[in-house]
Design a protein around this ligand. Structure first.
Ligand code: GLC
Length: 541
């Protein structure tokens, strides 16, 4: 890699407006020390693979010390590295090595809650009711004659009540697992702490933060009952006061050289409310979950694409296009299902019959669709290998707290977190030398990065070609697009200069429009026909 690709903090580029960002779930990416768990040494060893793939940045899921009740989203120290992942020193080396390869680093920040092993929570437990230590969280007496009922009717997003009672009789709030107490953002100490944490990592050279549960920080202090509501205005989601937090954060990121960014995780039903987080003095971008959740249907996808572009343009922010992440069923599986191909947390549809060849064809077409749309694109580790959801993990090996908290009604998210197959013919497929913390299927022998690198028709080769073209092609990335009139089950749009993307979501081949040449196709074409579930990039006049 030439030095001109190196990232200098002094050259603003608005890089984030169309970056291809690769998500690393560290535990499952690559194991450098043979303990069966991915780590920073593993990531460092695989940086050349990522540079070769053609991505612009890596987003790391939380890398902080954590008891791993929720895969690291239960943070016990926001200023260090989880020992099973490595050390702070190694993280600094990794940042420098990535920058030298032209790759930026985004890390997860988890401001809604801590781990119950965070020193603040331990101090809160020790200090007792009424103490300033308890004011950093949401401690309340219970209801009922002896305080034996939770303070309100809120439910944890992982199932069960959102309150847990401690030994002295008070209850504390946790929107996620009972080992993830929610911070009280009405307390100025919490604000100050996070401003300091942001600086700690910006000082170490990171290029941005992905903000976990970004809409959830502010709660209505009256803690009113919700009477079973999970949508609509909720007293713990998208409260207006949350924007003040991000305005203060933006001042910090703007005070650093280069363009340091914030990417929000907000699952919100209203695209206009969503766009408010992307106003010029708040976050830079956010995950497009409407697109991720959308079924493989032309009409619905066109509507979501248009509404994403409309809402983002209100605030001048670039949309993003996301197909999978560490919380959702992998899209090869979703798109291969009979019936509904969308995604819903409330119904993971594990066990629904899957036509994996069909899902894979669609996933290939979806990759070309996302990479041709204006804005940024996310790639979740393993999607470039065409990995699918592992639905048959034995119950006793499941680790996601969702599984237990829903009393096994929801299998949880382990199936999209199975360690990556890198090479070799049998598990752990060169993930490391010491097994893998979740079992990999033998079928992955044909899906390793090594096996695919040699095959020009593999998913990996498609991603490499597409990401490279996307980077070099003036029409792609940030900018505008125009819909092309097409058959009902076809998505077609142009981008200037001279680029057309067409995706056939019908069950029959459709004729290609007039074109000068074919740039890339997600599968074989049939003469001048685009087969079903195939996408093509065309050079047009
Ligand atoms: C986000 C994360 C998810 C985590 C939850 C609680 O939704 O993506 O993995 O469990 O927040 O932190």
């Amino acid at each position: 890699m030439s030095v001109t690709n190196e990232i200098s903090p002094d050259t603003p580029t608005a890089w984030w407006r169309d970056a291809a960002i690769y998500q690393v779930y560290i535990r499952s990416f690559a194991d450098g020390n043979g303990d069966g768990i991915g780590d920073l040494a593993g990531v460092r060893a695989r940086l050349p693979y990522l540079a070769d793939l053609g991505i612009d940045a890596i987003w790391f899921c939380p890398w902080y010390p954590s008891p791993m009740d929720d895969g690291g989203y239960d943070v016990s120290d926001f200023r260090d590295i989880e020992p099973t992942f490595g050390t702070l020193e190694e993280a600094e080396l990794l940042i420098a090595e990535a920058h030298a390869l032209g790759i930026r680093i985004i890390i997860d920040i988890v401001p809604n809650h801590a781990s119950d092993e965070h020193p603040w929570f331990k101090a809160a437990l020790a200090a007792g009711p009424g103490s300033p230590e308890r004011e950093r969280f949401w401690f309340r007496p219970g209801r009922g004659e002896n305080g034996e009922l939770p303070p309100n009717d809120w439910q944890s997003r992982f199932g069960g009540p959102a309150w847990t009672r401690v030994a002295d009789g008070e209850w504390f709030l946790h929107l996620y697992s009972s080992r993830q107490p929610d911070f009280n953002w009405t307390n100025p100490e919490v604000h100050a702490e996070f401003l300091d944490v942001l600086k700690f990592w910006f000082d170490r050279g990171i290029d941005g933060f992905r903000i976990d549960v970004a809409d959830g920080l502010i709660k209505d202090p009256a803690l009113p009952d919700v009477h079973g509501a999970t949508t609509g205005p909720l007293p713990y989601s998208d409260m207006d006061g949350v924007h003040e937090v991000y305005r203060a954060w933006r001042k910090i990121s703007d005070s650093y050289p280069g363009e340091r960014i914030f990417v929000g995780e907000m699952w919100l039903p209203d695209p206009i409310r969503f766009a408010r987080y992307l106003r010029p003095d708040e976050m830079h971008s956010a995950f497009n979950f409407d697109f991720l959740s959308c079924p493989w249907e032309a009409k619905r996808l066109r509507e979501v694409i248009q509404s994403s572009m409309d809402s983002h343009s209100l605030v001048g922010a670039p949309p993003t296009w996301v197909l999978s992440n560490h919380d959702v069923t992998r899209h090869v599986t979703r798109y291969g299902r009979s019936g509904d191909t969308g995604f819903e947390f409330a119904d993971r549809r594990h066990g629904t019959p899957v036509d994996r060849d069909l899902g894979t064809r669609r996933a290939r077409a979806a990759a070309l669709l996302t990479m041709a749309l204006p804005g940024g694109v996310y790639v979740y580790q393993g999607e470039e290998l065409g990995l699918w959801e592992i639905e048959d993990i034995p119950d006793e090996l499941r680790q996601d707290p969702v599984f237990e908290r829903t009393k096994h009604a929801d299998p949880g998210r382990d199936g999209c977190r199975v360690p990556i197959p890198w090479g070799d013919k049998k598990p752990p497929f060169s993930f490391g030398t010491g097994g893998s913390w979740l079992p990999q299927p033998q079928e992955w022998a044909g899906y390793t990065a090594d096996a695919q690198a040699a095959d020009p028709d593999s998913m990996l080769s498609l991603y490499r070609k597409a990401l490279r073209i996307r980077r070099d092609e003036p029409a792609l990335g940030d900018g505008e697009m125009s819909w092309v009139m097409s058959l009902a089950d076809v998505i077609a749009f142009t981008r200037d200069p001279g680029f057309t993307c067409m995706v056939n979501l019908s069950s029959e081949p459709v004729p290609l429009p007039r074109h000068e040449s074919i740039i890339l196709a997600s599968g074989p074409l049939r003469g001048d026909q685009l087969p079903a579930d195939t996408a093509v990039w065309l050079r047009t006049f």
